[in-house]
Design a protein around this ligand. Structure first.
Ligand SMILES: Cc1cc2nc3c(=O)[nH]c(=O)nc-3n(C[C@H](O)[C@H](O)[C@H](O)COP(=O)(O)OP(=O)(O)OC[C@H]3O[C@@H](n4cnc5c(N)ncnc54)[C@H](O)[C@@H]3O)c2cc1C
Length: 517
């Protein structure tokens, strides 16, 4: 089944270290994202904007600037589409959808639907579906499409050679403005023996052609939890190792607890507060030793997936030559996304703590306005939601109580359990809750966490409310179709409205109603 690349181009090997099957689907995907016969343009004069990195931030800034009439160059060293299309959101969500199908079949009995015994997961077929869908999405990010948009697309490694020049493939591009959009990549913690034993990251896990019978996932952040649950549902015996206190350690603790409980029901062995983690080659695979809550565990697996942090792609970029400051978190930018060289901007994972595709998109739009049209748009003005696509999903926007406390902002929190909603009951999706945090004594929404099967689809109602300055009172007055899980927002609005009914107001109402009898 496995067909290796013929090695005609280094980038092929670099992009697909696990040697994916080079079937027609993969061939088309690669022809869109890094065409093998691509000829780089010859630079002709100064560009308004040179964009380094062809992930979401780079593609959006290049397309937007070209659409507004700018002369734009876009440089990508590997695959256009960046992490999201190739080794991130797109392949992971395709696998998660297949894993949900497994869970639905597994749980069908609770709906009175009897599924014959012996239903199995065809992992190669699951991966083939993922590749096909990734290929189907790839034309949108393709070199050909961007050339058609008027962008000069260069395939190769970009490096600043001065504050106004970038070198790629032996060519020198001169620019008035530049945007650094080089993203981040998986970084492995310094765990003794890990490098020697070998491990997967998001750059290689989607190239697997066989399901690991036993899988260790190191890191229980969003990526680790999403993939641990998917692989457990496919049938891997999954151990999830986390050095901190629990899964999704940056999330609302009660939300994280719901996810942990579901993952354990999926058969995942969660080992939190892990200390002294060590890896070595075992007799029959890879052996991990860890101390967790006073117990020493010794686990043998076939594969290890590391999802324990991201490192910015700053090396080899020549940032010093351009006078662009950076540190271990990435390129340093001000609120207008200008680097220390004020005509050079940065957007996306390289320059933001919000490492999401939609954040990269929003930041790139700020770069276009500020870099080319004298804009003064601020990154801090964005309302950025996010979602972890476990089952159930955890979506969040705005402040957490811990943030509010740090800022000295007092909150009223309205919590509604999913189980209180008729639709959630009918769907058998009662796990989870909505927490809305409002400025104390007002209906102004400052943040929300939603745990629900489709929380990612639902959170936008709150994001819109926050963006538009719409309060809980308006949510209460908004008619939601019955029965929908989104009624949970109206219930939160109603909970707020009830707090307006003080004894004094109630007394006035009673007097009025007595008079009108
Ligand atoms: C497994 C996984 C799942 C994810 N799921 C989601 C999700 O569901 N939703 C979500 O919002 N986000 C998700 N993310 C995060 C999302 O993928 C990133 O936030 C997004 O891709 C960031 O876009 P970017 O343009 O900043 O960087 P990238 O996508 O990393 O693109 C940067 C590009 O720059 C190129 N580059 C780097 N250096 C150079 C150079 N010197 N010269 C030329 N090119 C260079 C790289 O090759 C790369 O293509 C996920 C990430 C992972 C890993």
């Amino acid at each position: 089944m496995t067909v290796t690349f013929d090695g005609t181009a280094d980038w092929h090997a670099a992009s697909l270290p696990q040697a994916q099957p080079l079937d027609e689907v993969n061939r088309q995907w690669l022809e869109h994202t890094h065409p093998s016969d691509w000829t780089n343009p010859t630079p002709d004069g100064r560009y308004n904007l040179v964009v380094i990195g062809g992930g979401t931030a780079g593609l959006v800034s290049a397309a937007g600037a070209a659409g507004l009439g700018a002369r734009v160059a876009l440089v990508e060293r590997d695959l256009l589409g960046g992490d999201c299309l190739n080794v991130g959101c797109v392949p992971s969500k395709a696998l998660i959808r297949a894993a949900r199908a497994v869970a639905d079949v597994r749980d069908a009995g609770t709906f009175g639907v009897q599924v014959p015994a012996g239903v199995t997961v065809d992992f190669p077929q699951v991966m083939a579906r993922m590749r096909e869908l990734r290929g189907a999405i790839s034309p949108h990010d393709s070199a050909e499409r961007f050339r058609g948009l008027g962008v000069d697309v260069y395939l190769g490694e970009a490096r600043f050679t001065s504050p106004t020049t970038v070198e790629v493939d032996g060519r020198t591009l001169t620019f008035a403005r530049a945007c650094i959009a080089t993203g981040a990549r998986a970084s492995a913690p310094p765990i003794p023996g890990l490098a020697d034993a070998g491990y997967l990251t998001n750059e290689t896990v989607f190239s697997l052609t066989a399901l690991p019978r036993r899988l260790a996932v190191i890191g229980a952040g969003p990526i680790g939890c999403e993939l641990a649950q998917a692989f457990a549902r496919f049938g891997s015996g999954v151990h999830l190792f986390e050095a901190m206190h629990g899964v999704l350690p940056n999330e609302d603790p009660e939300a994280a607890e719901v996810v942990r409980a579901t993952m354990e029901r999926d058969g995942i062995r969660v080992m939190c507060c892990g200390q002294n983690l060590q890896v070595e080659r075992g007799s029959d695979g890879k052996r991990l030793r860890v101390d967790s809550h006073g117990t020493h565990y010794d686990v043998e697996v076939d594969a290890i997936l590391v999802s324990a942090g991201r490192a910015p792609n700053v090396h080899g970029l020549g940032l010093e030559a351009a006078g662009v400051a950076f540190d271990r978190t990435g390129v340093t930018v001000n609120d207008f996304l200008q680097t220390s060289a004020s005509h050079i901007y940065a957007a996306g994972d390289i320059a933001s703590r919000f490492k999401f595709t939609h954040a990269a998109d929003a930041l790139a739009r700020i770069v276009i306005q500020n870099a080319l049209f004298f804009g003064r748009k601020r990154a801090s003005a964005l309302t950025i939601p996010w979602c972890t696509y476990t089952d159930p999903e955890v979506a969040h926007v705005g402040l957490y109580p811990k943030d509010a406390e740090a800022q000295g902002v007092a909150l009223d929190t309205y919590t509604i359990e999913q189980a209180k909603g008729d639709r959630a009951l009918l769907d058998g999706e009662t796990e989870g809750f909505l927490k809305i945090h409002a400025r104390k004594g007002t209906d102004t929404i400052l943040g929300a966490t939603l745990v629900a099967r489709h929380a990612g689809e639902m959170i936008s109602e709150i994001t819109l409310a926050m963006q538009a300055g719409v309060g809980l009172g308006t949510l209460a007055a908004t008619i939601h179709p019955y029965p929908t899980q989104a009624e949970i927002f109206k219930k939160a609005g109603d909970a707020y409205s009830r707090t307006r009914l003080t004894p004094r107001v109630k007394g006035l109402f009673e007097t009025l109603l007595r008079w009108r009898r």
